[in-house]
Design a protein around this ligand. Structure first.
Ligand code: C2E
Ligand code: MG
Ligand code: MG
Length: 579
């Protein structure tokens, strides 16, 4: 019934044609074409009003009842009829399809333009049809460009859940920068608190609704003067003017958010927020600069249990620089032997004899002796700490071997091993290999490990302690009483030594009946009853030494006797037979 035009695919024209010249003046058609070209060739957004008026004029002139266009992202969507249809003109009587023009772009998108006439409409002339067809082709070409732009916008600047993404944040940033309005703006990174728990409690679908509603609350406050984008999961980034800062931070610090079919349920949502107030001196080179800066504050906010909102300050950058410096220098320093084993004696409080020592690491950084607190937590962020611990074990074994070779007295030395080792399935073999390579009797080595946080770690810890015990290496629970240590840790694992953290050691001014005193007594008697050796850390005064004696705890480690000493000084101490 339809003619398929030769040479041009996918054009269907209803064959009712009058074989006579057009009655429409040529100037009118030329004017329409000119107006069409003007609208469709302008860059940027098109003037919708002018466009609608033009379509209206064309349809009336040519007696068209309805003009519409369709857009499908691909063939499959066309097949399933999952497209977007737009009607630009409709007098309500267009029941006969007259021209249908379908094009498929290189990217696979399909654009359709269709014109309808009334059932009893007088047929158009061939010239009219040709002119209309020309206009329809210009129009579908324009619509294809316009619609594809919208797809690019959606795909390039939105994520899979249709939230604006980082690219859209970056675009806004450049626009604000272009307008020279960046100084004084506020950039924030937010990481929603406990969203995993919220999802568990109300279900993932409701969780999605809550995030969407929370996002919209922020977006509505910010409006067009800034933007909020999702970085992924429950993390967002936003930029906005300072005058709405209180309002935005009010939402970020915690608000009830609705969900449910009719929004009848509520859940409290808050976020850990890093804030960066963009200074006047700021020069935007890349959006990453702002991102890096807020992330420093956001990290602090995430770590802090009280401060949900943390403002960026320069000390954070210095800290980060120092962190990077330590990571960069670490292996070079290790290779150059700049990490040193210091020894802190463990002393029998009754005989004042040195009965052992703990090896504690010091970093000789160009002559400055750096304490472990400044670098161990940083090395623990990855597995660098494991290399350091093995290095320390090797140092200790070599020092012991040297004394044994010289026929001198040797005491058991404990070496700290980070929890990070627990995932290493060959940890036991590797420890024994270092000790055996140095030909050191196992009884001279003790491995100090701290508490664990997860069940998996607990299982690994148990396996390693059993293994060390079987091979005659001593094991100690370090820092007992703080962190996550539980009684299960000593019930299920056969430790040799319990090292009681110094925060459990009563201070001189503490009352005899203070909680610390009572707990101290009981922890020690429990350890001794179980048959563990008990070492108290941080003994600084004679009164504390007496307290240990009163409680039948024999071994003290602390400044009262000595600070951690360089090996040569420790040797002197050892050779002079105690205090
Ligand atoms: P830690 O294993 O609990 O070591 C005891 C810490 O208490 C040492 O601090 C020691 O100097 C300090 N201390 C000893 N007696 C006293 C005292 O009477 N008063 C006070 N206020 N402090 C005392 P240090 O050497 O700064 O080491 C800190 C922590 O760094 C260690 O705590 C340990 O967790 C870690 N660490 C040190 N060396 C290594 C190592 O080679 N490997 C690993 N993984 N960690 C290490
Ligand atoms: Mg220790
Ligand atoms: Mg300790």
């Amino acid at each position: 019934m339809y003619e398929k035009r030769e040479g041009i695919m996918d054009v269907y024209i209803y064959p009712q044609v009058k074989d006579e010249p057009s009655k429409i003046p040529a100037e009118k058609t030329a004017d329409y074409l000119k107006r069409l070209v003007d609208i469709t060739h302008s860059t940027g957004t098109y003037d919708r009003e002018k466009y609608v008026q033009l379509i209206h004029d064309i349809c009336e002139t040519y007696n068209i009842a309805k003009g519409e266009s369709g857009f499908y992202q691909n063939l499959l969507m066309e097949k399933k009829n999952e497209g977007e249809w737009f009607c630009d003109y409709d007098n309500g009587k267009g029941d006969v399809l007259m021209i249908k023009h379908r094009i498929q772009t290189n990217s696979g998108a399909i654009i359709i333009g269709a014109l309808y006439v009334e059932k009893d409409a007088e047929p158009l002339t061939k010239e009219d049809i040709d002119n209309l067809f020309l206009m329809l082709r210009v129009l579908t070409g324009f619509i294809s460009r316009f619609r594809l732009q919208a797809v690019v916008e959606r795909m390039g600047f939105h994520d899979e859940s249709d939230y604006p993404n980082f690219r859209s944040f970056a675009r806004k940033l450049f626009m604000i920068n272009e307008q020279k309005k960046l100084p004084g703006m506020i950039a924030v990174h937010l990481d929603l608190h406990n969203f995993g728990i919220i999802n568990q409690k109300i279900g993932r679908r409701n969780g999605d609704i809550v995030i969407r509603n929370y996002f919209n609350m922020i977006k509505n406050v910010i409006g067009d003067d800034g933007c909020v984008s999702r970085l992924g999961g429950d993390k967002f980034i936003a930029i906005f003017p300072r005058n709405i800062m209180d309002e935005v931070l009010g939402i970020l610090s915690g608000v009830p958010v609705c969900y449910g079919e009719h929004g009848e349920h509520k859940v409290e949502v808050s976020a850990a927020v890093g804030v960066y107030e963009i200074p006047n001196s700021f020069v935007l080179n890349s959006p990453g600069d702002i991102m890096d800066t807020i992330m420093l504050a956001s990290h602090e906010a995430k770590k802090s249990s009280e401060n949900a909102v943390v403002y960026y300050d320069e000390s954070m950058r210095l800290k980060k620089d120092r962190l990077m410096m330590i990571h960069n220098k670490f292996y070079e320093s290790l290779k150059n032997g700049n990490f040193l084993a210091y020894y802190q004696p463990k002393v029998d409080v009754n005989t004042k004899q040195i009965v052992g020592a703990e090896a504690l690491c010091r970093w000789n950084d160009n002559g400055r002796i750096v304490p472990p607190i400044e670098f161990i937590p940083i090395l623990e962020q990855n597995t660098e700490i494991c290399d350091l611990d093995f290095y320390m074990l090797d140092c200790v074994c070599r020092d012991i071997r040297r004394r044994l070779d010289a026929g001198k007295e040797v005491v058991r030395v404990s070496v700290n091993f980070s929890r990070k080792h627990l995932v290493d399935v060959e940890l036991l073999e590797n420890i024994l290999k270092v000790i055996d390579d140095n030909d050191v009797p196992h009884k001279y080595i003790e491995i100090e490990l701290t508490e664990t946080t997860t069940d998996v770690e607990f299982r690994d810890l148990k396996r390693i302690v059993y293994g060390l015990k079987d091979s005659g290496v001593f094991t100690a629970v370090d820092d007992f009483g703080i962190g996550y240590s539980s009684l299960n840790l000593i019930r299920e694992i056969p430790w040799d030594v319990l090292k009681i953290d110094r925060c459990f050691l009563p201070l001189d001014e503490d009352d005899e009946n203070s909680i610390t005193n009572i707990m101290f007594n009981h922890v020690i008697s429990m350890a001794l009853d179980i048959g563990m050796e008990c070492v108290v850390e941080g003994v600084e005064t004679i009164k504390q030494v007496e307290l240990l004696k009163d409680n039948y705890c024999d071994i003290a480690q602390g400044f009262y006797f000595d600070k951690p000493l360089p090996f040569e000084e420790f040797e002197k101490r050892l050779d002079s037979k105690g205090y």
